[in-house]
Design a protein around this ligand. Structure first.
Ligand SMILES: NC(=O)c1ccc[n+]([C@@H]2O[C@H](COP(=O)([O-])OP(=O)(O)OC[C@H]3O[C@@H](n4cnc5c(N)ncnc54)[C@H](OP(=O)(O)O)[C@@H]3O)[C@@H](O)[C@H]2O)c1
Length: 319
């Protein structure tokens, strides 16, 4: 069969022959892949930099997707850490890590939306208490996951939804998705901090997709500009597009009731991740979310890899 194959962590995947898999284990099912999302997590898997990387090569990347099994059923699936990922004509899924999809739904839409949408859905449902009316700030709101976070927060009945990012044009599109305020981070750090301080005095939860220097700066600003310094603030670390480490200001922890938690594979169990998927799929199929997606043939995987880091759209590979 044809697949996107990583033979070295220094080069992008190539479209080439790969041995067709067998599905022999209990609960294993061979599926014809219809769509597989090219998420940042997949880029990190393919260059060996993700924290789950085992260095095993060759590797077919892809952590989730939509496929049709030999039983004729359409499914969304999440793969375990495996060298045989979703970016192939066929893969092997564990049916316990899949959900059945209704006929007629769009595989490309589902493959594009599930990973970015589940980041905020899981964070707000499983890593904190987020009642309707609570206020959320999304740090790094202009990417696929940030845009979905704005919409998930709206669905969950958030009060204020403050979208923060550095791309003015993409930021300007977020009020239409539900953002009640936007804050531009630009080269003028002092002006960025002032805008953030003005907008975010009553925030209850931060969904952080950036980490690195912007997180350190934002944490200082938020901690020192609370309307009520006794109001708890939960900071949920989800992504790290601006750096894998950050400096945590000690004063932030001493001056306000600040709680820092992570949300992702490991800090949330596979069982808890799977538990949210049916409700999320239903919302995606119902058209609750605007999803910006670009389908690309699997044969064009090298071009997809070149485009992905600066693409405003979520690329989905279609075998
Ligand atoms: N833990 C989880 O459950 C989970 C699930 C999904 C995703 N994630 C993580 O969340 C992060 C975002 O994912 P994504 O799917 O949204 O990625 P994406 O679509 O590639 O978006 C990343 C966004 O970050 C912006 N950005 C990059 N560097 C920035 C900086 N220094 N300051 C401000 N904005 C910056 C980019 O905008 P520019 O145009 O300005 O560069 C882009 O809009 C990734 O780290 C991903 O691995 C985690």
């Amino acid at each position: 069969m044809k697949a996107a194959v990583v033979s070295s962590f220094d080069t992008v995947p190539h479209y080439e022959e790969f041995p067709a898999p067998d599905a022999t284990a209990p609960h294993a099912l061979l599926v014809d892949v219809l769509a597989a999302g090219l998420h940042p997590r997949v880029l990190a898997q393919a260059d060996g930099s993700h924290y789950t990387s085992t260095d095993e090569l060759p590797l077919v990347p892809g952590i989730d997707g939509v496929g049709r099994g030999r039983d004729g059923v359409l499914r969304y699936f999440v793969l375990p850490d495996t060298a045989l990922g979703a970016m192939a004509e066929q893969t092997v899924i564990d049916t316990r890590r899949s959900i059945v999809l209704p006929e007629g739904c769009d595989p490309v839409l589902i493959a594009a939306a599930m990973n970015p949408a589940m980041s905020s859905w899981i964070a707000l449902r499983q890593r904190t208490h987020f009642p309707a009316g609570a206020n959320v700030l999304i740090l790094g709101a202009t990417g696929s996951a940030g845009q979905m976070a704005v919409q998930v927060a709206r669905l969950f009945g958030a009060g204020q939804i403050i979208a923060v990012g550095r791309d003015a044009a993409r930021l300007a599109a977020l009020p239409a998705l539900g953002a009640t305020a936007t804050v531009l981070l630009d080269a003028d750090d002092a002006a960025s901090a002032r805008r953030l301080a003005d907008a975010a005095a009553d925030v209850d939860v931060v969904l952080d997709y950036l980490w690195g220097a912007p997180t350190s700066a934002a944490m200082t600003t938020l901690a020192t500009h609370r309307a009520d310094p006794r109001r708890p603030l939960t900071w949920i670390e989800i992504g790290s597009v601006a750096g894998s480490t950050t400096q945590i200001p000690s004063a932030a922890f001493r001056s306000i009731p600040l709680q820092l938690v992570g949300s992702g594979q490991g800090s949330v169990s596979a069982r808890d991740i799977l538990a949210v998927l049916p409700a999320l799929v239903q919302e995606i199929i119902a058209g609750t979310f605007t999803v910006d997606v670009r389908p690309v043939p699997l044969a064009d995987v090298e071009q997809a890899w070149a485009d992905a880091p600066r693409s405003a759209q979520r690329i989905v590979l279609v075998p």
